[in-house]
Design a protein around this ligand. Structure first.
Ligand code: PLP
Length: 341
């Protein structure tokens, strides 16, 4: 294990989600989400000496896997909850997934955001069929409005990762990978709040206990990595990064993902901004794929040689929602620095 790795401590917490929940999630969301392809990458296989396969989940409807969890959670609502609708604060991939899943299920969806959110993000969420409510000038103000809608109107708040139905929905990726590539030895997974890796690792290890599941985060603001090292959820400052969908904390009151990541994840690797940019370029020029920074961290770790003896590896490519002018600058070879003030 390298200097950028931590070993997950084993914790004696009863798992709140099992393989059965993930299998039922797959049946529930079938036909509403895409089963995305898993393709062998000749360039990454040659580059690393392993047999590298890419799970192209950036081709998912709404551009990321977040649709899986959101769809599963919305389809599990009771009739009363469906009638009252769902709320969220995310303007990123979770908000997009939630908005689309709610519209498809005929459920009202309100996304609360502050005046700081750029107009194109507001329009993006509205175009997916959600109501946008602009409140105050911080994320906290938006959260106050969410809490009010939950308390006074009985709407259901669906969080981006720390929820059993969200985790089970993301876990359907583990089933798809193991079915497409039963010989897989290692799975590389972008890691932020941990809903994705928790569900995926639960499914993958239930089907094949020996499979190694490795999280990848950016060096700048790797919240779960810091929490695992500390042995408990801690506050981690959010920093600008090309992997913007991986920003934010895991919640000091984390209920599910911290314990699951502690139990199930074999290792966490960190990648630099330059390594992320290089992975975006590689994906574009070698694989002909447009991927966002957060979606590219697994490729970044491989190209940087951070995974020792890759063997038969599946890399989850998690999303494609990147500003296309930024993408253009990166793939044109410009030395883009989003961390500069
Ligand atoms: C949300 C997200 C992640 C991380 O998922 P978690 O469940 O928070 O760990 C990774 N990649 C993309 C593109 C995302 O939107």
């Amino acid at each position: 294990m390298g200097s950028h790795a931590v070993t997950a401590a084993s914790r004696a917490t009863a798992p709140s989600i099992g393989l059965g929940d993930i299998e039922r999630a797959r049946d529930r969301i079938a036909g509403r989400v895409r089963a995305t392809p898993l393709l062998r990458s000749e360039s990454l296989s040659a580059e690393t000496g392993g047999a590298v396969h890419l799970k192209l989940e950036q081709l998912q409807i709404t551009g990321s896997f977040k649709l899986r969890g959101a769809t599963n959670a919305i389809l599990k609502l009771s009739d009363g909850e469906r009638g009252r609708g769902v709320v969220g604060v995310s303007t990123g991939n979770h908000g997009r997934g939630l908005a689309h899943a709610a519209k498809e299920a005929g459920v009202r969806c309100i996304i609360c955001m502050s005046t700081l959110v750029p107009q194109n993000k507001v329009q993006g969420i509205e175009a997916l069929g959600a109501e946008v409510r602009i409140v105050g000038d911080s994320q906290d103000d938006a959260q106050v409005e969410v809490d009010r809608l939950v308390a006074e109107e009985g709407m259901v708040m669906l969080p981006p990762f720390d929820h059993p139905d969200i985790i089970a929905g993301q876990g359907t990726l583990g089933l798809e990978i193991l079915e497409a590539l039963p010989a897989v030895e290692t799975i590389l997974v972008p890691l932020s709040g941990g809903g994705l890796i928790a569900g995926l690792a639960l499914a993958a290890k239930a089907l094949k206990p020996a499979v190694r599941v490795v999280g990848v985060s950016m060096e700048r603001g790797a919240a779960m990595y810091a929490c695992i090292k500390a042995g408990k959820p801690v506050m981690v400052p959010e920093l600008p990064t090309l992997a913007d969908s991986l920003g934010g904390g895991i919640g000091l009151d984390n209920r599910h993902t911290f314990a699951l990541v502690s139990q199930l994840v074999d290792d966490i690797l960190l990648v630099s901004e330059a390594e992320i940019a290089q992975a975006i370029r590689h994906a574009y020029w070698q694989e002909k794929q447009v991927i966002e920074g957060s979606g590219s961290v697994g490729i970044a770790a491989l190209l940087a040689g951070k995974l020792h003896s890759p063997g038969i590896t599946a890399v989850l490519v998690s999303g494609c929602n990147i500003d296309m002018s930024l993408h253009h600058r990166i793939v044109s070879g410009e030395d883009v620095d989003v961390t500069a003030p």
